[in-house]
Design a protein around this ligand. Structure first.
Ligand code: NAI
Length: 332
């Protein structure tokens, strides 16, 4: 079965080829992102494999379907970028990787929190320049601080466990509280209480119509002044312009982002010889208390191995039975 893999980076080739060994799959790798112009590269494929910033809107889905593609295998857990209604209308099956390594994203969230807190990124540069002054590097003890986790699914639960280890009090908000979190002492509270009491707020919920711009001017106004806000879920859970206003007023004391609402035109590319075309993003980079990574939460060996294994399992299951192992369908 021919499978066209879009947004391919060298690590995708290594991990997917390894997982596909011995399977009757003909993987065709394309560096190009999937969009209405590049969809035609999949001519002759029965399946395509896509990543988080590929365009899987109605036009692309119609084009894929017209070429005979029957399966979209996502190399991600999130599927907010797929027009599921269009997929259903054309009979295309969408599969995803529901769980790979929740540790990868939870641990990256901790990396952002600790770096923002103890400013190791600034200390690194200073020390290399022979500057051992400590001014501006003061942090706070994690022990005893209140952490608010929005979304205690797989990633949020691992994060809660790690933050418990630091001695944080943990508040959480989730329409479906987790028994595992409750057992470790996490307190489920209304969003208002979480926003008002947390010293550190982390977003671990999916992007849905209900969470789009969950963090807006009004939510920021309800936060504790000087709060640390970290988003490793999906960019559009935050209204970036509102967050910039919060940083300028000092209401937000530190911001860590691994995702950005307009990241598709920036992330995963080397723009160092070019320029940043997005003025809102460029503004974010001017704040000393903002730390941004380019959607690398998932980027560990273990996670990539698991993503490749589940992606190949989705493809071979489809090849054998006509159904994917982990299909995504429209909610009723
Ligand atoms: P999950 O599906 O296990 O958990 C998501 C949780 O969010 C669920 O418990 C759900 O009930 C909750 N939730 C939904 N709406 C909510 C709301 N309005 N308020 C509070 N909670 C809400 O998903 P998982 O695996 O924990 O991943 C979470 C998200 O992390 C993914 O949807 C994806 O967008 C993002 N992600 C980011 C990665 C990165 O590299 N930065 C990698 C993998 C996932």
């Amino acid at each position: 079965m021919r499978v066209d893999v879009f947004s391919t980076k060298p690590h995708d080739v290594v991990f997917l080829q390894d997982a596909a060994q011995g399977k009757a799959l003909n993987l065709q790798f394309h560096e190009a992102r999937l969009n209405p112009d590049t969809a035609r590269l999949a001519q002759g494929a029965q399946a395509i494999c896509a990543f988080v910033n590929d365009d899987l809107g109605r036009d692309v889905i119609a084009a894929l379907s017209a070429m005979g593609v029957q399966l979209i295998a996502l190399r991600s857990a999130g599927f907010n970028h797929v027009d599921l209604r269009a997929a259903r209308d054309t009979g295309l099956i969408v599969a995803r990787v529901p769980a790979y390594s929740p540790h990868s994203v939870a641990e990256h969230t901790i990396a952002l929190i600790l770096t923002l807190n103890r400013k190791t990124h600034r200390a690194f540069n200073r020390v290399r320049e022979g500057n051992f002054a400590l001014d501006g590097l003061m942090g706070f003890d994690m022990h005893g601080k209140v952490a608010g986790i929005v979304g205690t699914g797989l990633i949020g639960t691992v994060l809660a466990r790690i933050l418990s280890g630091f001695g944080c009090e943990i508040l959480a908000s989730d329409p479906y509280p987790s028994a595992e979190c409750e057992a470790m002492g996490v307190h489920y509270v209304e969003m208002d209480e979480l926003l008002g009491r947390a010293d550190i707020i982390t977003l671990q919920c999916p992007l849905t119509p209900g969470t789009h711009h969950l963090i807006d001017d009004s939510a920021i106004a309800r936060m504790k002044p000087g709060v640390m806000l970290v988003n490793t879920s999906r960019g559009a859970v935050i209204d970036t312009r509102a967050v910039i206003r919060g940083l300028k007023s000092g209401q937000i004391g530190a911001l860590g982002l691994d995702v950005y609402e307009e990241e598709a035109d920036l992330f995963f590319e080397d723009l160092s010889q070019s320029y940043i075309p997005d003025d809102v993003f460029a503004r974010l980079l001017t704040f000393p208390n903002v730390l941004i990574t380019g959607h690398q939460g998932f980027f560990t060996r273990e996670a990539l191995r698991a993503i490749a294994a589940t992606t190949i399992a989705n493809l071979t299951q489809f090849q054998r039975t006509g159904a994917a192992l982990h299909p995504v369908s429209l909610p009723d």
